[in-house]
Design a protein. Sequence first.
Length: 157
Amino acid sequence: MDIDYYDMRYFYEETEKQFKEQDSIYHKMAIKYGMSDTVLWLLYVISDEDRVFTQQDLCKRCSFPKQTVNTAINNLVKSQLVELITIPGTRNKKQVCLTEKGKAVCSNTTDVLKTCEEKVYGHFSKQELNNYLEMTRLLTEYMKEEFIGIKGEDNND
């Protein structure tokens, strides 16, 4: 390694600080919109109309536990923001779809966030964005490798 322990600690702490600050920005937006962080992220993902998402897909995409997603989806169904539609040809697999009410909510919440994100990322060149994405992917992969087995588990959830 060509980086010493103190430099490594500095980079780790600064990276974590930035990730937490970014997370805090989204948390503040969830509060502003009267939602939990989980609901905000689920609506954010579901509002991508080009894709079909099941609860299992949402667990993977958002890195949320199954029970967290299930509880949030049930609340969204009760609020009439989403509906569950059985996917033809499957036994019990259901697509999570926005209702018209849900689409209206997303147009004033998650769609606004996506527009802001486009402006934010627009400050960077394509090369800078590619570098950032590659470094973030590598960081995540290295973390997975190092953290696997810490508790005697494979930590795949």
